[in-house]
Design a protein around this ligand. Structure first.
Ligand code: G6P
Length: 607
C-alpha cells in the first residue's frame, strides 16, 4: 500500500511532489523517492525512512523538472533499502508502483536471460525492465505499456515516466486505486484525492483495469481491452480534506477527542430530524428480506463488525456471521440472495475487503458498504454505500472511524429490528434516545483521561498485557489489545472473560496487568468472578467500569478507571475511549511514534 503521485507541470514540480508525498505518507513510510525529467535528462532521488530523509537528500542534491513521479513505500518485496526504494529505472523508463506483481519471478528470470540487469529485490522493478525491453524492440511508450500490462498478474497502480518525453506520463490500475487530477495546463495522477488535494479538486477516478496516457493539455483513458473510454470528472470537497493537528501533539489524540462531535454528526445523518426514527438518506435496506447477515472487514473495522454481531442478533434476532476479509475471500463461503453482506472499511480501499466485496457481488441479496472515504473503490462498487462521516482520519491506528462505524451499525440494527417486527415504535425511540446520549457520554469518558495517564505509566513497564470483556465488550477487549500492540509495541491479547481459565490464566503473575472492561450489565457478576480468579493468582487488575461497578468490585484491584453510567446497548461505543487512550498514553510514555507506528500503514492495498 504505497502512495504514488505524478505531475506534468508548467513549473518545477519538485516541491509539489514532496508535498503530495506528505499527504500520502499514511500509506507507507519505509522509503520515499522522486524521478524528474529536467534539462539534463532524467534524475532520481531516493531515501530510506520517512519523507524528512528524502527532503534532506533533496536539500543536499537538488533536482528540478517540469514533470515527475513520486512514491512513498510500504515494503512488501525486499527490505526498506535505498536500492529497493521507488522510482525504479530501467533504460529510459522510470516507474512507481503500488501493489504486488505476483508473477514477477518468472518475468524477472525471462528478462535476466535476455541480458537485463536488475538492481533491486522488488517485484516493482520488473515493471520498468519489461517496459524498457519493449521500447528496445521498437515499440512506442504507449504500446510498450499496453504490452507490459498484458503480462502482469496481481494488483497495481502504476505511473511511468520516459526520458526525452517531457509531456508524457502513463498511468495504469488493476486492484489498486488511482485517480487523474486536472489542472490548468497541468495534469496529475495520484493514489487518491487526498494526494491531489494540494493541486486540484477536479478528479477522474480510473476504473478497474483502466490505463491512461496523459499530456499537459489532454488525456485518454483506455479500458482493460484497450478501448478508449470516457470516465467522469468529479469535484472533490477540498475543505473536507484539510487536516491539521489543532492544539494536539498527535493526530491520534486529536482524532480521539474529536469523537463526541463526529459521533453526533454521524448519528444525526441517520436519524429523522426529531430523532424519533432511523432514516437512511441513501434508501433503507430491507432487512426483512434476509435470513442472515455476513459482516466482513479487516483490523479495527473487523472489531466493529464483531460488536455489531451482538446488536443484530440481540435486538433484531437475525443470525450474523463475521469474518476477517483475508480469510473470508479464500474460503469460498456459500452466499445467497437471502444474505445481506456488509463490508466495513475506513479507507474503502483495503485490498482484502475489496476482494471480499467482489466475491459476494452478484451472489448476495444486497452488498452494503460502511465506509469513511465516499469516493473509494469499496463505496463505488457496493450496492449501497453508507458513509460514517468521521472526517479524514490521519493517524494510522483507527479511532474515530471505529466509533462512527459502530454508530452506523447501531442504527442499522435498530432499523433491522423494526423491519423484522422485533421492536415497536416506542422501542425504536428508546434505543435512539440511548444512542443520542453517546456524544455526551463520550465527552464524560474523555474526562477520565488523568486516571488513564496514571495507569499508562505503569502499563508502559509491562511486557505482556491482557484485556478482558464479555458480550459486546469482548470485541472491545480485542480492540484495546490491538491498539496497545500497534501503538506501544507491548504484547497484548484480548480475551472473552470466560475464556481466561481455558489457557491464558497460565500467563498471570504480578508482572502481567489485566485490564477488565466491565460496565454494570447482566453479566457484570460473572466478569467480577473472572477478575477474582486473576487476583487470586497475584494478577494486577485494572478495572474499567462505572461508579456502581467500581463500588461493587474495586476491592483488591490495582487501579480503576471510572466511566459514566451507560446503558449496555451503547457501552461498547463509550468504552472505546479508554481502549484508545490507554494505548495512546502507554505509547507516549514509551516514546514510540504514535501517528506512524513502525511497520504499519493506514491503507492496506496489498493482500
Ligand atoms: C490498517 C490500519 C487499521 C485499519 C485496517 C483496516 O491495518 O492500520 O487501523 O483498521 O487497516 O483498514 P480499513 O481502511 O479497511 O478500515
Amino acid at each position: 500500500m504505497c502512495g504514488i503521485i505524478g505531475i506534468l507541470g508548467k513549473s518545477d514540480t519538485t516541491p509539489k511532489l514532496v508535498s503530495a508525498l506528505k499527504r500520502l505518507e499514511y500509506r507507507g513510510y519505509d522509503s520515499a523517492g522522486i524521478a524528474l525529467i529536467g534539462a539534463e535528462g532524467m534524475d532520481i532521488r531516493r531515501a530510506t525512512g520517512k519523507l524528512a530523509e528524502l527532503e534532506a537528500v533533496l536539500e543536499a542534491a537538488p533536482v528540478s523538472g517540469l514533470c515527475g513521479i513520486g512514491h512513498t513505500r510500504w515494503a512488501t518485496h525486499g527490505a526498506p533499502t535505498k536500492a529497493n526504494a521507488h522510482p525504479h529505472r530501467a533504460g529510459p523508463v522510470a516507474v512507481v508502483h503500488n501493489g504486488i506483481i505476483e508473477n514477477f519471478r518468472p518475468l524477472r528470470e525471462e528478462l535476466i536471460a535476455k541480458g537485463r540487469v536488475f538492481l533491486s529485490e522488488t517485484d516493482s522493478e520488473v515493471v520498468a525492465q519489461l517496459c524498457a525491453d519493449f521500447l528496445e524492440q521498437g515499440l512506442s511508450p504507449e504500446a510498450a505499456v499496453a504490452a507490459s500490462l498484458a503480462r502482469f498478474e496481481g494488483a497495481f497502480a502504476l505511473a511511468y515516466l520516459f526520458e526525452g518525453e517531457d509531456d508524457l506520463m502513463i498511468a495504469a490500475r488493476r486492484g489498486s486505486p488511482l485517480a487523474i487530477g486536472h489542472g490548468e495546463g497541468e495534469m496529475y495522477i495520484g493514489s487518491d484525492a487526498m494526494a491531489l488535494s494540494g493541486v486540484t479538486d477536479r478528479i477522474t477516478y480510473l476504473d478497474e483495469g483502466d490505463w491512461a496516457v496523459l499530456h499537459r493539455n489532454s488525456y485518454q483513458v483506455f479500458d482493460a481491452l484497450g478501448n478508449p473510454v470516457n470516465r467522469p470528472e468529479t469535484k472533490v470537497n477540498l475543505e473536507a480534506m484539510a487536516v491539521d493537528k489543532g492544539n494536539h501533539r498527535h493526530f491520534m489524540t486529536k482524532e480521539i477527542f474529536e469523537q463526541p462531535s463526529v459521533m453526533a454528526l454521524a448519528l444525526s445523518r441517520y436519524l429523522s430530524p426529531d430523532h424519533g426514527a432511523v432514516h437512511i438518506p441513501e434508501g433503507a435496506p430491507d432487512f426483512s428480506r434476509f435470513d442472515r447477515l455476513v459482516l466482513v472487514a479487516c483490523g479495527t473495522a473487523f472489531y466493529a463488525c464483531h460488536v455489531a454481531k451482538y446488536w443484530f442478533e440481540q435486538i433484531a434476532r437475525i443470525p450474523v456471521e463475521i469474518d476477517v476479509a483475508s480469510e473470508f475471500r479464500y474460503r469460498a463461503p456459500p452466499i445467497g440472495p437471502r444474505d445481506a453482506v456488509i463490508l466495513v472499511s475506513q479507507s474503502g480501499e483495503t485490498a482484502d475487503t475489496l476482494a471480499a466485496l467482489r466475491y459476494v457481488k452478484g451472489k448476495a441479496g444486497q452488498v452494503i458498504a460502511i465506509i469513511n472515504a465516499p469516493e473509494s473503490s469499496i463505496a463505488r462498487e457496493a450496492d449501497l454505500a453508507l458513509p460514517i462521516k468521521a472526517g479524514v482520519e490521519v493517524s494510522v491506528a483507527s479511532s474515530k472511524a471505529f466509533t462512527c462505524q459502530l454508530a452506523v451499525f447501531a442504527v442499522l440494527a435498530i432499523l433491522a429490528a423494526r423491519q423484522r417486527g422485533e421492536l415497536d415504535e416506542q422501542g425504536e425511540k428508546s434505543l435512539i434516545d440511548k444512542l443520542v446520549s453517546v456524544p455526551r457520554l463520550m465527552d464524560e469518558a474523555l474526562k477520565a483521561e488523568p486516571a488513564m495517564i496514571d495507569a499508562a505509566r505503569e502499563l508502559a513497564k509491562a511486557r505482556d498485557i491482557l484485556f478482558l470483556g464479555r458480550g459486546p465488550l469482548y470485541p472491545l477487549a480485542l480492540e484495546g489489545a490491538l491498539k496497545l500492540k500497534e501503538l506501544s509495541y507491548i504484547h497484548a491479547e484480548g480475551y472473552a472473560s470466560g475464556e481466561l481459565k481455558h489457557g491464558p490464566i497460565a500467563l498471570i503473575d504480578d508482572l502481567v496487568p489485566v485490564i477488565c472492561f466491565a460496565p454494570v450489565d447482566a453479566l457484570f457478576d460473572k466478569t467480577v468472578s473472572n477478575m477474582q480468579e486473576v487476583m487470586a493468582r497475584g494478577g494486577k487488575v485494572l478495572l474499567v467500569s462505572d461508579a456502581t461497578g467500581i463500588k461493587r468490585a474495586a476491592d483488591g484491584t490495582w487501579a480503576q478507571i471510572e466511566m459514566p453510567n451507560c446503558d449496555p446497548f451503547i457501552a461498547p461505543i463509550v468504552y472505546a475511549i479508554p481502549a484508545q487512550l490507554l494505548a495512546y498514553h502507554t505509547a507516549t510514555e514509551k516514546g514510540t511514534d504514535v501517528d506512524q507506528p513502525r511497520n504499519l500503514a493506514k491503507s492496506v492495498t496489498v493482500e
